[in-house]
Each structure stands twice: as structure tokens, then as C-alpha cells.
Design a binder for this molecule. Structure first.
Ligand SMILES: *Cc1c(COP(=O)(O)O)cnc(C)c1O
Length: 372
């Protein structure tokens, strides 16, 4: 079965095979392993030893995003969030439920964030200490320019938190080139092509120390994770780790090292093109114009045909070995297809053929968009 949902993604058998051992996380062998794994991640993030810390947290992307917001914004602290789609909305709600103030900057759905609009919003409100930004907005499929926005945040003397959950490993990121960034956060089960269960922040040490004590949650406190590492060693994980998931990540990083970030981005881009052009050739309508379509996820308009039924389409595709999401994140009905994971353009071409068959099976004759 190909998982095109997008995330958790299709993984290699070699990655999944790392789960077959029992592991004692407090044993010295695991400590050596974890310290080395942290070093690998620091290098991938473009971090600098002594300036940036790799902070793992058990769980999902939602958890690490909350941890970053709590750890760098004080209670009542104010963050500007460009409202780029479903995952920006999550960041806004996470901030509010943690007792921080999220101020939204409207962004047209499917449009990139305008750095000039961020600069103007920061000028207009000096009480905004942070900008929270989704790098790859998995809701829309648009990639937002975190470097250009980061430059205006830096010029304004403010700080930034980057949700890189569906970006890290494939899209370029270098935290040492962006000193305005307090933390970037990501999980293992998207562009890193590993398994779900652990999330990471790569964070600025000086800021962790300066903000320590304000999280209001022991579980979601990045400064506490940092202090634990300083006290007990970088091979020590605060509370029981998902050790097998980390072992699988280590194997997945071997494949990323071999392919390189640029190679991975090129493969995902080729996957996306095969899918984008393929669905267009089937008579379907992609949601985004090609110029704004990112390499991570493609939303496709639901066909105008009254026989359209997303779940029926999903089930028909599943019977052909292709699994896509059974929900959509766009303002009008769509289906969404992930282009990330251990898959190739040939897999995507097969997925397009399966879509053609599935549309016939569920009785779709009009494939053009209902809402163009
Ligand atoms: C997947 C994703 C998340 C977090 O998802 P979880 O289900 O909590 O792991 C956050 N942001 C973006 C952009 C994502 O794609």
C-alpha cells in the first residue's frame, strides 16, 4: 500500500525493520546512539554546536509546536501568525489555549505570505514579540518563504518560530543563517521518511536559557528538556523515549544522507509534477496554479459530477493499493494527495492510473471542477 496521505508517509522496509529489537533506553549503548543521532539532526538543521540544541519530545507535531510556543512566549505573550491554512490555524489555537495571544495576519488561501505585510504588522504593533510561521502549509500545498519573512522579523528585532513539520529534510533550512529563529520544529514521519512517535525542536540555546521557567507545563517545556540534557548528558532522553522509533529514524537518515536534501527535494518535485500533470490529463483540476504548487501535497478539485463521493473514491483507490486522505482542508471540496515519502515518479504515475480507474468505478463522467 502506498501512503499518499501525506504523513505518516510510505517508508522503506529497512526503516521499519529497525523496530524489531528490545532496547533499554538508559543503557550506555543507547546513550551513545542518541548523542550521535542528535549530532546528525543538528547538522541537517544547519545548527552550530554550543549555539543550537536538538530537543526531542515524545509524540507528534502538535505537541512540539505547543512546546515551542510555551517555551519562548511568556504567558500573555503575543505572536503574529500569517493565516496560511489549516496548520497555521492549529498554531493559533495552540497559542491561545496556552494563554498566549495569537494575532492573525490574513493570507489569501493558496497565496504565499507577503514579507512586506509581516513587516507592516510588526511596525504597527510593537507588543508582538514573535512571528509563528508554517514553512510548508500542508493545508494548501503552498511553500512560504521563511528566509524572506525571517529577514523582516530580524530587521524588526523580533523572534520567530517555524513549523517545519512537512518541510524538514526536503526544503532548505539553515538555522545558523537565521539568528531571529528561536526554534524550528518537525516530526520524523514526513520528509524524513521515518516512523511517527517523536518530534524535535532545534532551538537557540541562549534563548532557551533566557526564557526558562515560563512554559507553564513540565511536559511541554523545551528549557526543561535542554536542562535535562546539560545535566544528564546529550545521550539522555527526558522520560521514556520511543527508542525503536529513534532507531528507525537513524536508518532513515542514512538514506537522507545518501540522497541529500536537494536530491530529496528534486524527487518530491518530480513526484508532484507527475501527479499534477497526470490529474490534469485525466480532466481533473488541481487547486493551485502550477506557479504556486509546492512539492509536498497537491489538492485537486472535486469533480462537478453529482456522483462524486470522497469516501467512495478513497475506497476505490485503496482497493488498488493507493491510500489518500478521506478529508479535505480547502475552502471548497477537494481530494488531497501527498507527494512525499519513499516513493518515486513511477509510483505517482501508477497512482494517476489508479485514479482514472477509480473515477470510472464510482461513476464519474464529469471530471472538471465544480468551483473552478
Ligand atoms: C503534519 C503537520 C503538523 C503536525 O501534525 P501531527 O499530526 O500533530 O504530527 C504540523 N504542521 C504541519 C505543517 C504538518 O504538516
Amino acid at each position: 500500500m502506498l501512503l499518499l496521505i501525506p504523513g505518516p508517509v510510505t517508508t522503506r522496509i529497512e526503516v521499519r525493520q529497525a523496530l524489531t529489537r528490545d532496547i533499554a533506553p538508559w543503557d550506555n549503548a543507547f546513550r551513545d546512539f542518541l548523542a550521535r543521532l542528535r549530532g546528525r539532526i543538528l547538522r541537517l538543521a544547519g545548527g552550530v554546536e554550543g549555539q543550537h540544541a536538538v530537543l526531542p519530545l515524545q509524540g507528534c507535531g502538535h505537541f512540539i509546536t505547543e512546546a515551542a510556543l510555551r517555551s519562548f512566549l511568556p504567558p500573555g505573550g503575543r505572536i503574529l501568525v500569517p493565516a496560511s491554512g489549516a496548520y497555521a490555524d492549529r498554531m493559533i489555537r495552540l497559542a491561545r489555549e496556552a494563554g498566549r495571544v495569537a494575532v492573525t495576519l490574513p493570507v489569501g488561501f493558496g497565496e504565499p505570505t507577503d514579507p512586506a505585510a509581516v513587516a507592516a504588522a510588526l511596525r504597527a504593533d510593537p507588543t508582538l514579540s514573535h512571528v509563528g510561521m508554517v514553512y510548508s502549509e500542508t493545508g494548501s500545498g503552498v511553500i512560504h518563504d521563511v528566509r524572506a519573512v525571517g529577514a523582516v522579523v530580524r530587521d524588526a528585532g523580533r523572534r520567530m518560530i517555524i513549523d517545519a513539520v512537512s518541510a524538514f529534510g526536503a526544503l532548505p533550512l539553515e538555522i545558523s543563517a537565521q539568528p531571529e529563529v528561536d526554534a524550528l520544529v518537525f516530526t520524523t514521519n514526513k520528509c524524513l521518511e521515518a516512523l511517527p512517535g517523536v518530534a524535535f525542536a532545534v532551538a537557540r540555546i541562549g534563548r532557551l536559557v533566557a526564557c526558562a521557567g515560563g512554559a507553564g507545563s513540565w511536559s511541554f517545556d523545551l528549557a526543561s528538556i535542554y536542562e535535562h540534557a546539560v545535566r544528564s548528558g546529550w545521550g539522555s532522553f527526558r522520560f521514556t523515549p520511543p527508542a525503536q522509533i529513534l532507531a528507525a529514524l537513524d536508518v532513515a537518515l542514512d538514506y537522507l544522507d545518501a540522497e541529500g536534501q536537494a536530491g530529496r527535494l528534486a524527487r518530491y518535485t518530480a513526484n508532484m509534477r507527475t501527479l499534477y500533470d497526470g490529474v490534469r490529463d485525466l480532466g481533473l483540476t488541481p487547486w493551485l496554479p502550477a506557479s504556486r504548487q509546492g512539492p509536498v501535497i497537491v489538492n485537486v478539485h472535486a469533480p462537478a459530477d453529482p456522483a462524486w463521493d470522497l469516501q467512495a473514491f478513497v475506497d476505490a483507490l485503496k482497493s488498488k493499493g493507493i491510500l489518500i486522505s478521506n478529508f479535505h482542508n480547502t475552502p471548497s471540496p477537494t481530494f488531497r494527495v501527498g507527494c512525499i515519502g519513499a516513493i518515486t515518479p513511477a509510483d505517482m504515475a501508477g497512482a494517476v492510473r489508479a485514479m482514472d480507474q477509480a473515477l470510472r468505478e464510482i461513476g464519474i463522467t464529469h471530471r472538471e471542477a465544480a468551483v473552478p
